[in-house]
Design a protein around this ligand. Structure first.
Ligand SMILES: *[C@@H]1O[C@H](CO)[C@@H](O)[C@H](O)[C@H]1NC(C)=O
Length: 161
């Protein structure tokens, strides 16, 4: 699934966007990715499926922020504490992340057109080398973009070391 959707708002949604935009909008919104596993359990699917659907919803959400003209979004995707989950789940999450960053890079034309600057924050040395490389490519590629900022907290922690 793509990171960048073509805007698919119908006329009533476009009207709502217009109304919302006429007021004061936040300049920065943060999302904490949470509940993917609860979603999986509730719908009786594997955790991996929950994470995958969670990502798809995130892509929708980012598109809404772009439509609304919110310039900066921060996503708390994966904390250092999350590494304590089962090896199987961590591996699946890393593979999903690798695929998503790969996909993001393959959409670089759209990213550049939209002027999105991507910043990944966290202790990236904890991630597999392949993902570190993809993240570095995405950040270098988009570093001079200034229209919108997407911060992804990955291997982050709120706890002092
Ligand atoms: C990042 O993680 C490594 C491995 O656990 C650790 O040695 C290093 O101190 C951490 N860096 C920061 C800035 O916390």
């Amino acid at each position: 699934m793509s990171w960048i959707r073509d805007s698919t708002l119908n006329w009533i949604q476009l009207l709502c966007v217009k109304v919302i935009k006429s007021g004061t909008l936040p300049k920065h919104i943060a999302f904490i990715m949470d509940g993917n596993r609860r979603y999986a359990q509730k719908n009786n699917v594997q955790k991996f499926v929950g994470h995958s659907h969670g990502f798809d919803k995130l892509a929708d959400t980012l598109q809404w922020c772009l439509d609304l003209g919110i310039p900066e979004v921060t996503v708390y995707a994966f904390s250092i504490e999350n590494f304590k989950r089962s090896q199987e789940e961590v591996d699946a999450l890393m593979e999903l992340s690798r695929q998503k960053f790969q996909r993001l890079l393959s959409e670089k034309d759209k990213l550049m057109e939209l002027g999105v600057c991507i910043r990944v924050i966290g202790n990236l040395t904890l991630l597999p080398q392949g993902i570190q490389n993809l993240i570095a490519q995405a950040m270098i590629l988009t570093k001079d973009n200034k229209k919108a900022f997407l911060n992804v907290a990955f291997a982050y922690t709120g706890k002092p070391a």
